[in-house]
Design a protein around this ligand. Structure first.
Ligand SMILES: C[S@@+](CC[C@H](N)C(=O)[O-])C[C@H]1O[C@@H](n2cnc3c(N)ncnc32)[C@H](O)[C@@H]1O
Length: 193
């Protein structure tokens, strides 16, 4: 999607994807990553998600990426002191470099991959594999509604799509099928982009 599309949605307050509380699938499945809590977690395309707070509450350093300044201002205003310590990169995910990531070894994607049309998704996964270290673990929550694949956002990304995107870069395990298919991803050692 063009950046203007997202800027306009934030300007008009059309943020129907936003949840008032942490995503139940995050709460349910994050423990399956078997992390210590010390890890820095990258949250690409984070919006003003309460998931950032939940990850911080688990002990993680949290690093959010988001295009919209409005989103980040609203997050800070709505969360107050609870937002302290969460770091942000305000800009295009594709301009985020590994050296500013503060050693992130985990990532969380809810409504990020599915916000991208099919033509952009491989570029996104390749970018993640470049900026994250070998062994980095991610939780990916997609959108499984029965609809036209190119009619979005959100875009339908099915299991075959996820496996194809991961090929050569990430090991993929399906955690849950259904309305919001959820996956555990791990960056493979043998991939040299
Ligand atoms: C569908 S929303 C999901 C937000 C958040 N993950 C959540 O679950 O509430 C997608 C977000 O990605 C942001 N975005 C879109 N393209 C982006 C890009 N190229 N780089 C960074 N953020 C982007 C939009 O501004 C929007 O806030």
């Amino acid at each position: 999607m063009k950046h203007d599309y997202w800027h306009q949605r934030w300007k008009e307050g059309r943020t129907g994807w936003h949840l008032a509380e942490a995503n139940p699938d995050l709460v349910k499945w994050w423990p399956s990553l078997k992390l210590t809590g010390d890890e820095t977690v990258l949250v690409p395309l984070c919006g003003k998600s309460k998931d950032l707070l939940w990850l911080k509450e688990q002990g993680h350093q949290v690093f959010g990426n988001e295009l919209s300044e409005i989103a980040l201002a609203e997050f800070k205003e709505e969360c107050g002191e609870a937002a302290n310590g969460i770091e942000f990169h305000c800009g295009d995910i594709f301009e985020l470099h590994a050296d500013v990531l503060q050693g992130a070894t985990a990532w969380y994607d809810r409504a990020a991959l599915v916000a991208m049309p099919s033509a952009t998704r491989k570029k996104y996964f390749t970018h993640l594999s470049r900026i994250l270290p070998v062994g980095a673990k991610g939780l990916l929550i997609t959108f499984g509604c029965d609809k036209d694949k190119e009619d979005g956002p959100p875009f339908l990304v099915d299991e075959a799509d996820v496996y194809a995107l991961c090929e050569g870069m990430f090991h993929c395990t399906v955690l849950e099928r259904g309305e919001e298919p959820t996956y555990l991803l791990e960056k493979r050692p043998e991939y040299y982009p």
